[in-house]
Design a protein around this ligand. Structure first.
Ligand SMILES: [Zn+2]
Ligand SMILES: [Zn+2]
Length: 57
C-alpha cells in the first residue's frame, strides 16, 4: 500500500500540486508549521494552498 515516505506510518493522502509528490497530511502540516515548505522528495518549494487532499477508491 501507499504509505508516506517520510514517516512510513500513515497513508499518503495529500498531494503537492507544485510537483505531484504525495505524502500524508501530518507530514505536510509539520512542514507548513515549521516553515520548511519544500517537498521532501524533490525540494521544490510549496505553499499551504498547494497541499491538496486526495482520496483513493
Ligand atoms: Zn507522513
Ligand atoms: Zn516533489
Amino acid at each position: 500500500m501507499a504509505t508516506c515516505s517520510i514517516c512510513k506510518k500513515d497513508f499518503k493522502n495529500t498531494v503537492l500540486r507544485t510537483c505531484g509528490h504525495i505524502f500524508c497530511r501530518g507530514c505536510i502540516d509539520d512542514r507548513i508549521a515549521n516553515r520548511m515548505r519544500k517537498c521532501p522528495a524533490c525540494s521544490k518549494a510549496f505553499d499551504k494552498s498547494d497541499a491538496m487532499v486526495v482520496f483513493y477508491g
